[in-house]
Every structure is written in structure tokens, then in C-alpha cells.
Design a binder for this molecule. Structure first.
Ligand SMILES: Nc1ncnc2c1ncn2[C@@H]1O[C@H](COP(=O)(O)OP(=O)(O)O)[C@@H](O)[C@H]1O
Ligand SMILES: [Mg+2]
Length: 209
């Protein structure tokens, strides 16, 4: 049986990496084979593009940045995601196309429709089966991200930017209500994991029917 494709989204410090690991463990305990991956990244080219974009963000035109994201995504789908799904492995990815809408469109000002064109071109209709948007106040995300490590370019941008990114995610969630589940991620981890667990439980039972 084909694997399922699950993505985690949210602004920096929302808890994506933390809950990605947790989610993979929970799925593993259900006997599923799980591949963890991330965007930008996930392939050798993707990781190089990730470093390049994070380092040069200020000097890249937003269109260029969006095209690089989709170039990396095409490679990621072709070489990692689709083969894994076809072999029955579940793929859990830290960020995917909803992040391009949120960051490059809502955050950086590219027209929403231009991202939609690239999405169609690169994905040819393929979408995640389930997406969690971990929704936090930009201030909360910032505090969490700051205590963790040196901020990168994305993380050092101001609160207004993150507020726009957050709104981009919520707009996207309204557009794709069947696929995207918004989780209030301001609270303690246990509360978030309880929410995730409920959704994952019913998603897994639906998937094996
Ligand atoms: N609900 C939470 N409450 C408190 N701290 C959290 C919560 N979720 C994540 N953290 C902590 O915040 C930091 C950033 O989380 P992380 O998962 O790396 O976020 P992201 O990958 O979305 O940027 C980590 O140190 C993590 O342990
Ligand atoms: Mg992370």
C-alpha cells in the first residue's frame, strides 16, 4: 500500500522539529515505516540550496528565492518523497509548499497566484495527505527559537514579517480545509501532542481501511 505524506508547518520556533521527531516515533510504534525529511533540503542539491538561500536571502529577489525552493522541491519529490511513498513508507516532512505561500507570498510579497502556478508545475497535483500548521504568536516562536541557537537570516527578520507569514499559513488552511489542520501551539508540549495524537489516530485508522 502507498505510504502517506504528512507535513509540518509553522513559523520559526513553532515546534516543527520537536514534533516531527515525536510524530515519527508514534507512527513507528504503529508499525509503519517512516522517512523523516525537510525543506528546503532533503537531497544533496536541496541542502546546498538551503545553505545558499539562508545565507543570501537579503540579496536574492523573492522570485528567485521561490524558483530555487521549487527547484529543490522537484528534486526532493522525484528522488526521495515519491519513491518512498510508492514503496509504502510514510514520509514526514518539516515544511513543504505551504511554507512557500506563507514565507515567499504572504511574508515577502510575491503574488499568491504566482506560487500556485509553480506549485502546479512542480507537483502536478501531488499534495500532502495531511498537514499540521503549528500556530504560535510570533513572540512565542521567537523566544523559543532564540533560546535554541544562533538565529539564521529567516529567524532574524522582524515580528511583522512573522505575523504576515502566520497569516499566510492561516489563509492556506482556509483554502485547504480537508488537508490542513491548525493546531494551537502556544501551550505546553503535552497539550500539542494530545491534539496531534487525536488527529493521527483517526487519520491512521482511515488510511488502513
Ligand atoms: N510547546 C512548547 N513549549 C515549550 N517549548 C517548546 C514547545 N515546542 C517547542 N519548544 C522548544 O522550542 C524550541 C524550538 O522548537 P523547534 O521544534 O526547533 O521549532 P521549529 O522547528 O518550528 O523552528 C526548542 O528548543 C523546543 O524544545
Ligand atoms: Mg526546525
Amino acid at each position: 500500500m502507498r505510504g502517506r505524506f504528512i507535513t509540518l508547518e509553522g513559523i520559526d520556533g513553532a515546534g516543527k522539529s520537536t514534533h516531527l521527531e515525536w510524530l515519527a516515533r508514534r507512527l513507528g510504534e504503529r508499525g509503519l515505516r517512516v522517512k523523516l525529511t525537510r525543506e528546503p533540503g532533503g537531497t544533496a542539491l536541496g541542502e546546498e540550496l538551503r545553505s545558499l538561500v539562508l545565507a543570501r536571502r537579503q540579496s536574492l529577489h523573492p522570485d528567485t528565492e521561490a524558483l530555487l525552493m521549487f527547484a529543490a522541491r522537484r528534486e526532493h519529490l522525484e528522488r526521495v518523497i515519491v519513491p518512498a511513498l510508492e514503496s509504502g513508507t510514510w514520509v514526514v516532512c518539516d515544511r513543504f509548499t505551504d511554507a512557500t505561500y506563507a514565507y515567499q507570498a504572504s511574508g515577502s510579497g510575491i503574488a499568491w497566484e504566482r506560487i500556485a502556478v509553480l506549485e502546479q508545475w512542480a507537483q502536478r497535483g501531488l499534495q500532502p495527505d495531511l498537514t499540521f500548521v503549528l500556530d504560535v504568536e510570533p513572540q512565542v516562536g521567537r523566544q523559543r527559537a532564540r533560546s535554541q541557537k544562533q538565529p539564521d537570516r529567516f529567524e532574524s527578520e522582524e515580528q511583522a514579517f512573522f505575523q504576515r507569514v502566520r497569516e499566510g499559513y492561516l489563509r492556506r488552511a482556509k483554502e485547504c480545509p480537508g488537508r490542513i489542520r491548525v493546531i494551537d501551539a502556544n501551550g505546553p508540549m503535552i497539550q500539542i501532542q494530545n491534539e496531534l495524537e487525536k488527529i493521527i489516530s483517526s487519520f491512521c485508522s482511515e488510511s488502513v481501511k
